[in-house]
Design a protein around this ligand. Structure first.
Ligand code: 4AD
Ligand code: MG
Length: 467
């Protein structure tokens, strides 16, 4: 059987009939009559299956009985024209081998129970479904598109550390990293935990963002991007939050907030277009199966100019909506952080297109954002998307040492763990900007899924770290 090379299903489906081929994969379904069996085989290379036609008279019945849903098999045969399988070609089997049996009774993936909630409880097997195969192929393609976008524009891919002593966002939502014996924590004379005896000789955590180190890169090589996992111990059980998520953070010297906005809009449009151009089969499957406005929504984002408005203007629109009788769950007034219901009202209801909101109150944004003349707002920019709310958060950075130090003190943050970062402002400081795109939020948009747990292979959320 192994005297010829195996061909992937994706390639088989594009071949002309006539060749002798070898296919390997997992059985999706088996049906048939007393003379022949039809097996739908999938190897994950495409959403589509190849049909295998098995002649029962010339096949060992005991062997064919082992070909059940979920079993892993190899099939040798002739690629022939197919009538009525929905594909151009199928395999007329001449040889069959079972690599792995799959007990149809014990197999957890059953046709009758495929709710997303249930599939999350068997996250180790859900990639075998059509839906998750499509999602994880899309995820991989988008990662590639991101690298390609920045590389073709001369950005340097910078790897920033996952273990850090600094709280980049200043929100105190860090997972601590320690090798101290938690049953017997060493203490100093004042009774405080003695971190000098910890692995790194100081208190450390998993990073919430690579931005601070990214700024060091940008102020040296000009334009960088990071792409890696980030960790947040925020206890938010929402369809848009993960405790471990992936973020793309470009950071650019000599960009002001307008350059930053232009890059963010171009970047995200490029990614959506890349998905439609290169992953159409998977997107079409998701569109037809779950959300028949998906493709139109993706095309809509590519075709429209994002609406730029200030936070203050946004609040005025929302307050007017409330005055006109619109009910929000959370109150809204100048100074409050917007909830995703507010963001979505602006995007979906008021403007009908993505929104870039700028100039937020300084008290709801991080210490590093450039301070405006008015003394109460900063040059932050969030990109707000239909169905998602915030997909990108970024800003022009405060370049003045005095101003950024004053802000750190005002917020009661520790300057000691940030001295290395402040050197960017001490030695040849420059105007610069950057943003962070949440990779899973992007994937929510591109796949049309409604829960962020369904666009990452093994989600980490409060009380959930199985698999
Ligand atoms: O707005 P955030 O917190 O910004 C930063 O971390 C900056 N350091 C970025 C920068 O300027 N370099 O997060 C950026 C994006 C959000 O817009 C959102 O898409 C995503 O990261 N994000 C999350 N995604 C999933 N789960 C969470 N808990 C997330 N928190 C933020
Ligand atoms: Mg944000």
């Amino acid at each position: 059987m192994e005297d010829i090379q195996r061909t992937k299903v994706k390639d088989l489906l594009k071949m002309a009939p006539g060749a002798d081929v070898l296919a390997k994969g997992w059985v999706r379904t088996k049906r048939g009559n007393k003379d022949i069996a039809f097996v739908a085989l999938n190897d994950g290379s495409t959403i589509n299956n190849i049909q295998i036609v098995v002649d029962k008279a010339s096949t060992d019945a005991a062997l064919l009985a082992r070909v059940t849903t979920g079993a892993c098999i190899a099939v040798r045969g002739k690629l022939v024209e197919s009538i009525g399988s929905g594909q151009a070609v199928e395999i007329q089997a001449s040889g069959l081998e079972v690599y792995g049996d799959c007990d149809p009774v014990r197999y957890p993936l059953q046709k009758k129970d495929t709710t997303f909630e249930f599939l999350r409880t068997i996250a180790h097997l859900r990639p075998r479904t059509n839906t998750f195969g499509a999602i994880f192929r899309l995820r991989s393609q988008m990662a590639f598109a991101i690298h390609e976008y920045f590389h073709s524009r001369g950005f340097v891919y910078l790897n920033t550390p996952l273990i850090t002593a600094a709280d980049a966002e200043g929100a105190g939502e860090m997972f601590q990293v320690t090798t101290l014996d938690l049953e017997n924590v060493p203490r100093d004379k004042k009774g405080r935990i003695d971190y000098s005896r910890d692995f790194f000789g100081r208190q450390t955590s998993l990073t919430v963002s690579g931005q601070l180190e990214g700024e060091l890169g940008a102020t040296a090589v000009g334009e960088i991007y990071t792409f890696g996992p980030t960790f947040r111990a925020e206890n938010s059980n929402t369809p848009r939050h993960l405790a471990e998520f992936w973020m793309i953070e470009p950071e650019m010297a000599f960009y002001d907030i307008h350059d930053n906005m232009r890059l963010a809009e171009d970047f995200i449009k490029h990614l959506v277009k890349y998905a439609l151009d290169n992953c159409y089969d998977d997107i079409k499957f998701l569109n037809d199966r779950y959300d028949n406005e998906l493709i139109a929504r993706l095309q809509g984002v590519i075709d429209t100019e994002f609406k730029v408005l200030t936070y203050t203007e946004g609040i005025e629109i929302l307050e007017k909506a409330v005055a006109d009788g619109h009910k929000f769950e959370y109150p809204v007034s100048w100074g409050t952080d917007l909830q995703s219901e507010h963001e979505r009202y602006l995007v979906e209801h008021h403007f009908g297109r993505p929104v870039i909101m700028t100039d937020y109150p300084k008290d709801i944004k991080a210490f590093y954002m450039k301070q405006n003349e008015d003394g109460r707002t900063v040059r932050g920019m969030d990109v707000l998307f239909p169905k998602i709310g915030e997909i990108i958060g970024g800003s022009e950075r405060e370049a003045s040492l005095e101003k950024i130090e004053a802000r750190i003190d005002e917020l009661g943050m520790s300057r000691r763990t940030l001295e290395w970062y402040l050197d960017t402002r001490r030695f040849g400081t420059c105007p610069h900007s950057g943003f962070g795109l949440g990779f899973e939020r992007l994937l929510l948009f591109i796949t049309g899924m409604s829960n962020i747990r369904d666009v990452i292979p093994f989600p980490r959320t409060p009380k959930n770290a199985e698999f």
